[in-house]
Design a binder for this molecule. Structure first.
Ligand SMILES: C[S@@+](CC[C@H](N)C(=O)[O-])C[C@H]1O[C@@H](n2cnc3c(N)ncnc32)[C@H](O)[C@@H]1O
Length: 270
């Protein structure tokens, strides 16, 4: 897995997300119409209301923000509405097209929106007050390089807010049941299942411990916090009913605190 050719993985990644911008698959309205964008927004925050609490958009009024991996741009819209000076990048023209048209439709403006790679950010060092990235860098072949790029472009005193997938989560475990156990290959790991079956090829999941260890290696970071959020996805709404019941029973024992699918990472740069 990890030794699959990174150029091949990057091109697969780009093709996958360029076919359809993230979060638009269930939307029936005419592409790029107002109704289309409003449905995307409604759907996203119905399922993931936790984003507001995590991102704290309005706290960044007047600040220079970079969003890495804007996708269809629903969170990016919130940064702009909050009065931040907004920069956004995504690997795919499809995403950047979505966000540009969306801003235009609402009469809003961003400072810059670019097709670019999280592993090679086209910005100078120490430039942003904050970098935000939701569900992105675990897809990139070199996640650590993307993290280091995020650290590089944050100003001293600035902060990062990142969400990636959590490997020790209930959802990852049920994904393993579905794609390994029930397919008679129980020797395959959860990491293998995420790599091969979770959205674009090469997706990784990390644990709280792993990411704390990763962050501890950088001596220019402070106040780092790694946690999980229990979300709609952890209720396994897209899995068969019997699995949802098993998940409920497991959650009754474990509690929701540590088993959420979303691994959240926050830190400041010294
Ligand atoms: C799961 S979607 C998330 C999009 C958006 N943040 C959201 O929450 O809806 C993943 C996005 O990350 C982008 N992406 C993945 N790897 C990237 C990279 N190396 N550089 C820039 N964008 C990347 C993809 O193109 C895709 O738009």
């Amino acid at each position: 897995m990890e030794n699959q050719d990174k150029t091949y993985l990057k091109s697969e990644l780009k093709n996958f997300w360029n076919k359809q911008a993230c979060g638009t698959a269930t939307i029936d309205s005419e592409k790029y119409s107002l109704q289309y964008f409003e449905e995307i927004e409604q759907h996203r925050y119905d399922l993931q209301p936790e984003i507001f609490n995590f991102a704290q958009f309005t706290r960044f009024h007047g600040k220079r923000i970079l969003e890495v991996g804007v996708g269809a741009g629903t969170d990016f819209l919130q940064w702009v509405r909050a009065g931040a000076e907004c920069y956004g990048i995504d690997l795919t023209p499809e995403a950047i097209d979505h966000v540009s048209r969306r801003l235009q439709l609402y009469g809003l403006e961003a400072k810059d929106l670019l097709v670019a790679d999280a592993e090679d950010l086209p910005f100078v060092d120490n430039y942003f007050d904050a970098v935000y990235s939701w569900g992105v860098i675990h897809h990139s072949p070199n996640t650590i390089k993307a993290l280091e790029e995020i650290i590089r472009v944050i100003k001293p005193g600035g902060e990062a807010k990142i969400m990636i997938y959590h490997r020790h989560s209930l959802l990852a475990f049920f994904f393993w049941i579905k794609h390994a156990l029930l397919k008679f290959r129980p020797w395959k790991s959860i990491a293998w299942v995420l790599w091969n079956h979770m959205e674009s090829i090469g997706t990784k999941g990390y644990t709280i411990k792993e990411f704390n260890e990763i962050l501890s290696k950088y001596n220019n970071l402070s106040e780092y916090k790694v946690g999980t959020i229990y979300t709609y996805y952890d209720k396994l709404a897209r899995f068969p009913k019997f699995m949802q019941w098993i998940a409920k029973v497991i959650t009754a024992f474990t509690g929701r605190e540590k088993i959420g699918w979303f691994l959240t990472i926050e830190f400041k740069k010294k």
